[in-house]
Design a protein. Sequence first.
Length: 279
Amino acid sequence: MSVSPFRDLESLLDEVASMGTVSVWWGDLVGVRFSRDADESHYGASEMKLPLVLAALRRAERGEIKLNAQVRVHNSFASVLDGSIFSVDPDEDDDPGTWAALESGTTRSLFQLADHAITHSGNLAGNLVLEAVGLDEIAHVLDVTGCSPKTSIRRGREDVAAREAGITNTVTAADLARIMASVARRDTALGGAPVCAPVEAMLARQQRRTMIPAGLPSSVPVANQTGWQPGVAHDVALVRPIGRAPYVLAVCTTTNLNETAAAALIASISKAVWKICAA
């Protein structure tokens, strides 16, 4: 009797099933090879920044905004609920460069802010990009990449009034994989290479490497976007092994694990997938 190549991965997911919801989608650039609860909905956390930055470059490619436009860095945003003002907590942000611009009263280009929203998962940078881009354009990105209604970006980070009113951002592992595969294929609906190549380059410079990249050999090129807050840890990655076909892996978790343990779990899933690929 043949043994399933997914046995170790399935066993790992069975072991953690009692901890919460762990969603996995793994496939090539056109289809799925393995999925487990990949259509389950999770709070989006910083995964919203992937379609956000795609939306920014997509609008720039159409000539509607300029990526070299200088943006005054500020920390005062209007809630989508009622226009009330909210701010981003610097203690919840890992992007010192954008905060330094705020403290010094200097500007950053829209491209710099988009880059920091991805590479440093900057919440302040992301909200500034959102002001320039708009939620409607993000919805268009989700639509053209084939995302389901379960993935929806409806507010900026730390918009507490909106959050308390039930206005939130949600994702699924399958939809995150769809977006990443569209980037990898340089889909014309996203704007082709002029949009997708710079975004993949940003993802390849991602500073958060404790999840999917941690389960891979250090020499393997990987571009990823993480999302984290207590009880939630996600990562979606485009892996381009040298001499082999690329693949996309998306893992979303809503569990009782702390940040370190959740990252280790996602790294273990990534390692199990890599083992199958290398077999």
